[in-house]
Design a protein around this ligand. Structure first.
Ligand code: GLY
Ligand code: MN
Ligand code: MN
Length: 436
């Protein structure tokens, strides 16, 4: 669990980088309508949660380094007996102070009266412009109000700085506690994939495997998937973000499941591909071994000191070699890599940063160079091969096969740590589990 001390440390670290006489302003995520007057389950904005642990909508977080009257201020909904009977509990400003350690807290309805006074006289404003257009407009109105009083001595801030740069660099490096939560997210998600493998059989619908997976997430306290679960049988696996999950699973096909839970605001992201009937066919096996070899080569390259692109390059080489070996590609490996010939079968990158967001924040390049991997970073490793069902350039036996294998890997001083190792991925281990 992320402790109140850790939230406080994050605010301290950010404020130390912001420097004196600055202000940071962050808004909570909005509630979103799903249907008329019902909403999607609320999910706090990751940046907002990272700095506060505060779980409610209609809130604004303000940091004011070295301000004697308080550095951490929250605006939030007031407590309201009637609203709480209908919609659930609220912390209120008192709760924001007592439970979330705000130095001061005010009703969100009072923000127009209070925030301009906090902005006035600050040299620098840290804010993620463009993320919340409605709030951008209000911020500009408050600034206009200060400028209009310039002759009366009001001093508007001089500089606007993108908050993302500092904050996302912090989020890229996971603390010991964050890694602990991510290990748990990975373990729950791995158990869920095992459950789906055991349940699979011809005639089930894709959504029934989705139900197995999401049952396993929720019953271990991971109440939401980190992204829309993908369950694609047969050629549906070739649609990279297939989320319809509505087709029946056919005997003789593979099924690709890309699903991970969110646990305490941290994501897991696992893909496994396995035979609906429990046994790989010869062509499925041949392509699977190529993807697995590519994935293992890439994981071996997830090491401090390597740069971001090295795991990806490892997958491109192994996949191109494998496709030549199996005659899906013809020519010299070096030429096929140089001409991106592999991309008709492998059209995405080998991974992404992972954290509170499934495609997590953090720069991939620094000064226009791929950045070096460092301990504390977490990424996915997820090569795949997808043979379009209408690809007439390859033998028929390959068509419509889609395979991806994805694990979550933390970079540690001792090498790569696979957070999702609890679900099998060799052919022997998968067939063994499915037979049990
Ligand atoms: N599930 C989304 C991804 O693998 O990137
Ligand atoms: Mn995935
Ligand atoms: Mn992924």
């Amino acid at each position: 669990m992320i402790t109140p001390q850790e939230f406080a440390r994050r605010r301290r670290d950010l404020m130390a980088m912001m420097g004196k006489n600055s202000i940071a302003i962050l808004t909570a995520a909005p509630e979103r309508v799903r249907s008329r007057d019902t909403h999607y389950p609320f999910r706090q904005d990751s940046d907002f949660y990272y700095l506060s642990g505060f779980p409610e909508p209609e809130a604004v977080l303000v940091l004011l380094p070295k301000r004697p009257d308080g550095e951490f201020i929250l605006f939030c909904r007031e407590r309201d007996r009637a609203r709480e009977i209908w919609d659930g509990y609220r912390a209120g400003p008192e709760g924001a102070r007592e439970l979330y350690s705000a130095d001061d807290a005010f009703p969100i309805a009072d923000i127009d009266d209070i925030l301009p006074g906090l902005l006035e006289g600050r040299d620098r404003v840290y804010y993620a412009l463009g993320r919340n257009r409605a709030f951008d407009g209000r911020l500009l109105d408050w600034l206009d109000g200060i400028r209009a009083r310039a002759r009366a001595g009001a001093v508007p801030p001089e500089e606007f700085v993108d908050l993302d740069h500092l904050l996302h660099e912090m989020r890229l490096f996971k603390s010991a506690k964050e890694l602990g939560v991510m290990r748990k997210a990975g373990a729950i998600s791995a158990r869920a994939h095992c459950r789906a493998m055991r349940a699979a059989r011809p005639g089930l619908y894709e959504y029934q495997l989705q139900a197995e997976i999401e049952h396993a997430f929720a019953s271990e306290g991971a109440r939401h998937p980190a992204y829309g679960s993908i369950v694609g049988g047969g050629a549906n696996a070739c649609v990279l973000h297939y989320v319809e999950n509505s087709a029946p699973l056919q005997d003789g096909d593979l099924v690709l499941i890309d699903a991970g839970c969110e646990y305490q605001h941290y994501a897991a992201d696992i893909t496994r591909t396995f035979p609906v009937n429990g046994k790989f066919s010869a062509p499925q096996q041949a392509l699977y071994e190529v993807v697995l070899a590519a994935q293992l080569a890439a994981i071996a390259a997830v090491r401090a000191g390597n740069h971001w692109d090295e795991p990806h390059k490892a997958t491109v080489r192994v996949i191109t070699e494998g496709l030549v070996e199996l005659s899906l590609l013809k020519g010299k490996v070096e030429d096929l890599i140089a001409s991106n010939a592999y991309a008709q079968f492998y059209m995405h990158r080998a991974g992404h940063w992972l954290g509170m967001d499934v495609h997590d924040v953090g720069d991939y390049k620094v000064d226009n160079e791929w950045r070096l991997l460092e301990p504390g970073m977490v990424m996915t490793v997820e090569p795949g091969i997808y043979v379009a069902p209408d690809n007439r350039k390859v033998a028929k036996k390959w068509r419509g096969i889609g395979i991806r294998i994805e694990d979550d890997v933390a970079i540690t001083r001792k090498g790569p740590e696979v957070l999702t190792a609890g679900v099998p991925k060799t052919i022997a281990d998968i067939e063994h589990l499915m037979a049990s």
